[in-house]
Design a protein around this ligand. Structure first.
Ligand code: NAD
Length: 307
């Protein structure tokens, strides 16, 4: 199969590229980043430095390469930036429309879309969040992800393109040292650099962490899954930020101090995301426990960032 992975130079996209190549697929990548500087550039993939907001460029790539499937992971992902510069997130929407227009013109069969469970569910009255929970994004980033889902569903009606939407919870793992680090990568980096950890408020807020290889497996299954559908991809396990900090400190036997910072924030208090539908219908299952995933992530940081 010929697959276009957008955002294939990024944290999650690069792991998906490796997995698809390993399975024998032909992979092309569209990313606005320079691939040559990537330490994990895959020599068997073809890289195209393209900004998806430029319709001509992405149109030409799809016309020339004619992929069977688009796996769409390119996006501005920073919630902080999203609140400061909300127009940047409009680029996420423009990118989806440009891709879908080209897909319609050149008859791409399927699109797999990286959406965000953490960003589109926001009311924590009925937990865990399921795919039936009414989405209510409270950041421009979340709105852009949900809008992407709706555009994909609309284009599926318009031109028949098939889709699988994957709503990820909080993803972590090796290679996550982008500008938009997760709390896990920030804690690990701080401990390695001897800096204290800062936790917002009392640290009782929870997140649902999912290791990147589990997510990659969902993207592999999505290639063969033949029904238009949307799945939460999560561990369905709540971990408080306070507990997380203890776990990571424990792995380093670190005595490093934690500063609890009182702040007004729009962040969710609890994030607990059901994965039952993916288990039943996609036949997916998370395999990596938080403990195992943290060990892998710490090893990667130590290999790459410890002097
Ligand atoms: N990291 C998470 O916890 C998480 C959770 C839910 C959903 N997601 C989604 O997964 C996807 C990948 O996230 P990530 O953590 O790997 O982020 P990342 O920042 O590491 O990767 C995103 C990649 O997209 C590229 N990109 C951004 N805008 C582009 C554009 N207009 N044109 C071309 N390339 C562009 C960037 O250069 C980068 O290489 C995103 O769509 C994000 O919304 C991530």
């Amino acid at each position: 199969m010929k697959i276009l992975v957008t955002g294939g130079c990024g944290f999650i996209g690069s792991h998906i590229v490796d997995a698809y190549i390993k399975l024998g697929h032909e992979v092309i990548i569209a990313d606005k980043r320079q691939a040559n500087l990537l330490p994990y550039k895959n020599p068997s993939a073809s890289y195209f430095q393209i900004n998806l907001t430029k319709s001509k460029e992405i149109n030409k790539l799809i016309e020339d390469e004619k992929p069977d499937v688009i796996n769409h992971h390119a996006a501005n992902i920073s919630v902080t930036n999203s609140l400061e510069k909300p127009l940047n997130d409009a680029n996420n929407i423009t990118s989806v429309i440009n891709l879908l227009e080209a897909a319609k013109k050149y008859k791409v069969k399927k699109i797999i879309f990286a959406s965000s469970a953490g960003a589109i569910y926001s009311e924590d009255k009925t937990l865990p969040f399921t795919e039936k929970t009414q989405p209510f994004p409270i950041t421009p980033y979340g709105v852009s992800k949900l809008a992407g889902e709706y555009y994909i569903k609309a284009y599926s009606k318009i031109c028949g393109i098939k889709y699988v939407i994957l709503r990820y919870s909080n993803v972590y793992g090796p290679r996550q040292n982008n500008k938009n680090k997760s709390v896990i990568s920030i804690f690990i980096e701080n401990i390695i650099n001897g800096k204290r950890l800062t936790i917002n408020n009392n640290g009782d807020q929870t997140r649902d962490f999912i290791f990147v290889s589990d997510l990659v497996y969902a993207n592999v299954l999505a290639l063969k899954y033949d029904i238009n559908n949307c799945f939460n991809i999560s561990s369905q396990t709540e971990t408080s930020i306070k507990d997380l900090s203890k776990k990571i400190k424990g792995m380093f036997n670190s005595e490093i101090k934690i500063k609890y910072k009182k702040m007004k924030s729009i962040e969710q208090n609890r994030s607990y995301i059901s994965n039952k539908k993916a288990l039943k219908e996609l036949k997916w299952k998370p395999k990596v426990t938080l403990k195992q995933g943290l060990i892998e992530t710490v090893k990667w940081y130590e290999r790459n960032f410890k002097n």
